[in-house]
Design a protein around this ligand. Structure first.
Ligand code: SF4
Length: 470
């Protein structure tokens, strides 16, 4: 008996020391981040260059020399990434702190370790983030909306989302993207963002509901980065989204900028607006409006009335790719090019892939491998009714097959199973017996003759062009 008591006490002591250690390091890390974010003058004088010189001296065996020199060069040349950092340091302190702690510490640094350990313990995958669509209701009716065919009747219940967020954190996920529908149509979401104030939320929105009052609430929470959709300038945006929408989206940017909130833009690139997207004036405008980052998505023929004339021609896709790389070295704004950045993340991220991977929970609770693949094998509400957990869905046959097939192409500039390697998605959907379509027109992507032929031609033309580029 005394032996048992000693064992229990020593076990508790060791686990206490273990959690004290991790608490200690998280405290140290968070404090350093807080100090860095509260000392903007640091970046305006020569102190940082002095620090870099010290770092070079301390790195006696020159292990980090090349990396230190890259940072040094960026500061000396006032590279756009340095200008962007300075810009972020002028934003609201609350938003800076949430970006530093929630995103960089909880999601990126500490989260990675947690995700790996969790995946080992539960024999599952370790996605970095997921997209959740709390509602498909929307106050707009955009042409070619990728989500336009989902049912609008039911929202994802508050309690289900609360449980999903709790389980996500258990699995080390602290970065969540919220899409829709128009998320801000649901006022209860702000309550949920407040409750999970250690998560960083990126919220895709049409911006039309972000008035001064909502912008202030978003800043007060600090852990939300709104991403406002525009399609170019006024004529392109209003053509696709409706008259007056561009003006409202820009008002949202002005309101957010006034409060010091960190926000971005998102644009769907089609054959009709691509010339704007390869023009510097578009990015100069967005920087002026206060955007710190942005997303480019290409139109793909899914959702409301798939329209093949909108699908970007392969040579135009490559023109966008080249332009984005130029913009990153020219303006203080981080532009992410969802399809063309495949070579930065080793290809397709779908199916809850480890590393940077993700999945999508739609408003009905269906677990889709990616926002653009409207097929699923599991539904989170059913899983919860059966007593399961979020991470059970990552081990479905569908998701396992996806991860086994990735990368779909050794050339990561062609990462996608939908548009770059369309035979891969067709094989998956036809061969996984438990897979079902999650909206009424989803099957068109793999069955409609015109769409299938178009995608086959598209992918072989793209491959040809990339070969010539090599
Ligand atoms: S399927 Fe295509 S769109 Fe979806 S994550 Fe993979 S590459 Fe991206």
């Amino acid at each position: 008996m005394p032996g048992l008591v000693v064992k229990i006490l020593s076990y508790n002591l060791i686990s206490c020391l273990g959690s004290f250690k991790s608490y200690f390091w998280s405290f140290v890390f968070k404090t350093i981040l807080k100090i860095l974010f509260s000392l903007p003058s640091f970046f305006y004088n020569k102190d940082l260059l002095k620090l870099i010189a010290w770092a070079k001296k301390l790195d006696r065996n020159k292990r980090y020399l090349s990396k230190i020199e890259v940072v040094e060069r960026c500061f000396k040349e006032n590279h756009p990434s340095v200008q962007l950092t300075k810009k972020l340091l002028k934003k609201s302190k609350r938003c800076q702190e949430k970006l530093a702690i929630n995103f960089f510490y909880n999601a990126v640094f500490a989260g990675r370790d947690r995700r790996i350990k969790f995946a080992q313990k539960y024999n599952t995958s370790s996605p970095f983030f997921f997209v959740i669509s709390p509602t498909m209701r929307c106050n707009l009716k955009c042409r070619g909306c990728y989500a336009g065919q989902y049912k609008k009747e039911d929202d994802l219940p508050y309690e289900v989302m609360d449980r999903i967020f709790k389980e996500a954190k258990k699995a080390g996920i602290y970065f969540i993207t919220v899409s829709g529908g128009e998320p801000f149509i649901r006022p209860d979401l702000l309550k949920l963002f407040k409750k999970h104030n250690d998560i960083y939320f990126q919220v895709f929105t049409n911006g039309t509901l972000i008035d001064e009052k909502l912008a202030q609430k978003i800043e007060q929470l600090g852990n939300i980065a709104p991403v406002i959709s525009i399609e170019g300038f006024e004529s392109e945006t209003d053509f696709r989204r409706g008259k007056g929408v561009f003006g409202k989206a820009i008002s949202a940017m002005v309101n957010l900028e006034k409060t010091g909130t960190i926000f971005g833009f998102s644009t769907m690139v089609t054959n009709f607006n691509w010339q704007i997207i390869v023009n510097d004036s578009f990015y100069e405008f967005l920087v002026k409006k206060g955007c710190s980052f942005g997303w480019l998505f290409q139109y793909i023929p899914i959702g409301r009335k798939p329209d093949l004339s909108l699908v970007l021609k392969p040579e135009r896709r490559l023109a966008i790719r080249d332009k984005v790389r130029e913009i990153r070295n020219k303006y203080p704004i981080l532009v992410c090019d969802f399809w063309n950045d495949g070579d930065y993340v080793k290809g397709c991220l779908a199916g809850a892939r480890g590393d940077y991977g993700y999945f999508h929970i739609n408003t009905n609770g269906d677990i889709e491998p990616c926002v653009f693949v409207h097929f699923a094998q599991d539904n989170i509400k059913d899983i919860y009714t059966r007593g399961g957990h979020l991470w059970d869905t990552w081990n479905s046959e569908f998701f396992k097959e996806i991860r086994a097939g990735q990368p779909w192409n050794l050339d990561h500039r062609m990462p996608c199973m939908i548009i770059d390697n369309p035979q891969c998605l067709r094989n998956l959907v036809f061969n996984c017996s438990l897979v079902y379509p999650t909206e009424k027109e989803a099957k068109k992507l793999v069955e409609d003759e015109k769409i299938v032929t178009h995608l086959n031609n598209y992918s072989s033309n793209l491959a040809q062009l990339l070969k010539q580029k090599n």
